[in-house]
Design a protein around this ligand. Structure first.
Ligand code: HEC
Length: 118
């Protein structure tokens, strides 16, 4: 009886860890600022749907609105994405998203939690 109970507790503990891991991953990808909330429908959705015209115009908006402060590569990274979208170059588009996120996502989330965008 006691052994059976322990086994069940163990299973529950494993499940709890698994849920925590999945939840943690989902939280990591959630937008933290108005910019991120804008990115989802204007960058994420057109990328998924391969809507290159929409992507190009979104990149152009981002290029034209660099955040104030220390974001020297912002506009050039986004301009490269716009070029890639015009060429329907999916790998180039994804490289632009990744470059900017790697360089600036955390910094932006910390510095501009409420900056309105666009
Ligand atoms: C020039 C910079 C830049 C480019 C280019 C860029 N992003 Fe972002 N993106 C950001 C920043 C900064 C954030 C963080 C804002 C937040 O979390 O609210 C962000 C957040 C997001 C989010 C919100 C969820 C999350 O992961 O934080 C999504 C979705 C997203 N971007 C998709 C894309 C896609 C898809 C592309 C390319 C097609 C792209 N972005 C290109 C700067 C950029």
């Amino acid at each position: 009886m006691k052994a059976k109970l322990n086994a069940r507790n163990h299973a529950v503990a494993v499940l709890a860890v698994a849920i925590a891991l999945v939840a943690g991953m989902a939280v990591a990808g959630e937008p933290k600022t108005p910019l991120g909330k804008w990115m989802k429908p204007n960058m994420g959705a057109p990328l998924a749907g391969q809507d290159f015209d929409k992507l190009k115009s979104s990149f152009d908006v981002v290029t034209g609105k660099p955040p104030p402060g220390d974001y020297p590569q912002w506009a050039s990274m986004s301009a490269a994405g716009s070029k890639a979208a015009a060429a329907k170059d999916v790998a180039g588009i994804k490289a632009s998203c990744k470059q900017c996120h790697d360089a600036y996502k955390t910094k932006y989330q910390n510095e501009f939690p409420t900056r309105s965008f666009p």
